[in-house]
Design a protein around this ligand. Structure first.
Ligand code: NAG
Ligand code: NAG
Ligand code: NAG
Length: 454
């Protein structure tokens, strides 16, 4: 995994691409099928280094079936899930396997080898016994070639320019939400904004959208409250303070820690109010790409279980890629379980999200950031379809934390209430509301729930 190195070069280089996460673009159909899992000796610890794999001594066949069933060669049944388009995780026979899908990047050309993985990690479910792992699909998958759009440093290092006309257009077109000009945006470059808005979004074609819900779910939904807000449950607030990620593409780390923080508050009736460290994640894990993005499932979930979170003071936020500076003596706070809401990537929808939220606490969600969203000041957001011609920003995927839902008194519009990581000056005191029930900007497609151990 050389992505972090690439991130540093990106700022220094003469010509740079803006991308986040890994450039692999694999679909459910690419991955579903029979795989051969290769593992090193199962005697490692959690700090195992899999960049340099030892001899592969274990071999297991596993079939990944629709929609999330994994069956090994001994007929043990387990589960599996895609992690967006980046890779997949398998849990079977007491072990959990994760690796990113294989890709090769030369200049702007990316080849995804979706029938192979990079080197990843295998561990037992008690997180004690580790090995390095990689997998190969039994039937080959054709490599997929994509050419990434070239953006030169010159363009991306340009300052963001006010576009008052764009803001007034938004406000003239609709009255569901209000747009404003944020003067400090001009202090940032287009590159800074791209990072702040999240990772590069794949076109959602071929990727999951909100799933339809079945009859039982609808019946259960009828028993959920009409509105919910973890900032005010019978007058009590369970949501930790809004923070600011700065110019680093660390939204996934802030959103993950925010969900963890709130859920610990809920589980301890506010006796514990921890603030966890996003820098520990930016600097220390190979499950994400530092300031170039990452995925909540792997961070709130897998990292939370594998390594655990540390408190902010143990690894204070720097807002840039850096070596891991976390003091290894700090106490770690773990997650006992995690999953995509609905059970796997592709099974999420509005009702599942409401149930997960009310039952367990805030969940980590992702959505597509269009340029109009950056100007949100209040109301119930939906994408207006307008473009900002002064500031050519890419469509990105932004991770945030769901804290509530409701129905607008005046318009009757259903909304989600969401915590952002752009400071308290932005939006509704750092929060925003967005249309609910129609998978607005794919917001109902990839929620992650976690169970922390307080
Ligand atoms: C595992 O999969 C390979 C490739 O499909 C096959 O040749 C082999 O017979 C399988 N082994 C077992 C034990 O099922
Ligand atoms: C990823 O693949 C999908 C479907 O195979 C395609 O439509 C999409 O354009 C690709 N996205 C990126 C960012 O390469
Ligand atoms: C919490 O909600 C109740 C009922 O809606 C309301 O009366 C109260 O003012 C709210 N408290 C805070 C701190 O917002």
């Amino acid at each position: 995994m050389k992505t972090r190195v690439f991130g540093a070069l990106l700022l220094a280089g003469a010509l740079a691409l803006v991308y986040a996460d890994t450039p692999a673009n694999c679909t459910f159909d690419d991955v579903m099928g029979d795989w051969i899992l290769y593992e090193t000796e199962r005697s490692g610890k959690a700090d195992i280094d899999c960049d340099d794999m030892g001899p592969l001594v274990h071999k297991t066949n596993v079939s990944l079936l629709y929609p999330n069933i994994a069956v090994d060669e001994y007929a043990n049944r387990g589960t599996w899930t895609m992690i967006y388009n980046q890779g997949f995780e398998i849990k079977v026979a007491g072990r959990s396997y994760f690796a990113f899908s294989m890709y090769q990047k030369t200049g702007t050309k990316v080849v995804s080898y979706c029938g192979k993985t990079l080197s990843g990690w295998s561990r037992d479910v008690t997180v004690r016994n580790w090995a390095c792992y990689r997998a190969v699909k039994a039937t080959p998958v054709d490599p997929k070639v994509e050419v990434l759009p070239l953006r030169d440093t010159l363009q991306m290092s340009q300052s963001y320019k006010y576009n008052k006309q764009f803001v007034s257009q938004i406000n003239e077109l609709q009255d569901s939400w209000v747009a404003t000009v944020y003067p400090h945006y001009e202090e940032k470059t287009l590159h800074d904004h791209t990072r702040r808005n999240g990772g590069k979004a794949s076109s959602f074609l071929g990727l999951a959208r909100a799933a339809s819900s079945n009859v039982m779910r609808r019946l259960k939904d009828a028993m959920l409250p009409q509105a919910w807000d973890w900032r005010n449950v019978s007058g009590v607030n369970y949501v930790s303070p809004v923070r600011s990620q700065g110019n680093c593409g660390s939204c996934y780390a802030f959103a993950s820690m925010a969900a963890l923080e709130s859920r610990v508050r809920i589980l301890t009736n506010n006796e514990q109010k921890p603030v966890f460290s996003p820098q520990d994640i930016v600097g220390c894990t190979k499950l994400a790409q530092g300031c170039d993005g990452g995925f909540p499932y792997l961070i709130a979930g897998r990292y939370g279980q594998d390594q655990g979170a540390v408190l902010e003071e143990c690894s204070p936020y720097e807002g840039k890629n850096d070596v891991c500076r976390t003091d290894s003596n700090c106490l770690r706070h773990y997650v006992s379980n995690y999953r995509y809401v609905g059970g796997y990537y592709g099974a999420c929808n509005e009702m599942e999200m409401k149930a997960a939220l009310v039952k367990g606490g805030p969940v980590v969600i992702g959505f597509e950031v269009y340029p109009d969203f950056m100007h949100y000041k209040g109301g119930v957001y939906h994408y207006t379809g307008l473009t900002d011609k002064f500031n050519p920003l890419e469509l990105t995927n932004h991770a945030v934390t769901l804290v509530g839902y409701g129905v607008d008194d005046k318009t009757g519009e259903k909304f989600w209430t969401v915590k952002n990581s752009w400071g308290t000056q932005w939006g509704e005191d750092g929060f925003f509301r967005i249309r609910r029930g129609n998978d607005e900007c794919a917001i109902e497609s990839m929620a992650v729930e976690i169970i922390p151990i307080p």
